[in-house]
Design a protein around this ligand. Structure first.
Ligand code: 9L3
Ligand code: MG
Length: 154
């Protein structure tokens, strides 16, 4: 029979089922310009994953809904204003780091106010979806590329 010990989650050892694993909630956005190119930002020196090219975004603050968090991050990092109605979810990134599991919805956005500029020292570039695989990206971001190619073409 099933003993209490076997069903107590505090006694499980698999990292995949251990509900004590830290879940890091991050949101990211593929900004798409009128030429169907996507904005990527290079993580600055001194941050985790420095030098890698990512879809802009960041961590949710405690209790924050994903869309307001993304709107805040896009304002802080790029100086643009995005309306929640202009954010459409596309897919999720999911990646298990040794210390935490990253779960990151990827939104797409084609309409915003202002011009995206680097507000945190990060390099920015607009690239075709088909060229994203030539960039060094965080492991969580790489599996998102085929979804953007499906949407936008290569
Ligand atoms: N991260 C990965 N891909 C992304 C973003 C925005 C973030 N496109 C990872 C890097 C960090 C964590 O999520 O491990 C938190 O991001 P940040 O708050 O350091 O930007
Ligand atoms: Mg960030």
């Amino acid at each position: 029979g099933v003993t209490g010990k076997e069903t107590d989650p505090s006694t499980t050892s698999s990292p995949d089922t251990d509900n004590r694993v830290k879940l890091l909630l991050v949101v990211a956005c593929a900004l798409i310009d009128s030429d169907n190119r996507v904005l990527v930002a290079q993580r600055p020196e001194g941050k985790a994953l420095a030098g890698l090219w990512e879809f802009p975004g960041g961590k949710l603050e405690a209790g924050e809904r994903p869309e307001p968090a993304l709107i805040r991050e896009l304002s802080e990092e790029l100086g643009i204003t995005v309306k929640e109605a202009c954010l459409a979810p596309l897919t999720f990134a999911s990646y298990a780091y040794p210390d935490f599991h990253l779960l990151m919805p990827l939104y797409i956005c084609r309409r915003w106010e202002g011009t995206a500029i680097s507000r945190e020292g990060q390099a920015l570039k607009w690239v075709r979806a088909g060229k994203l695989s030539q960039l060094a990206m965080p492991p969580a971001d790489e599996p998102l590329i085929p979804h953007l190619i499906d949407l936008l073409g290569a």
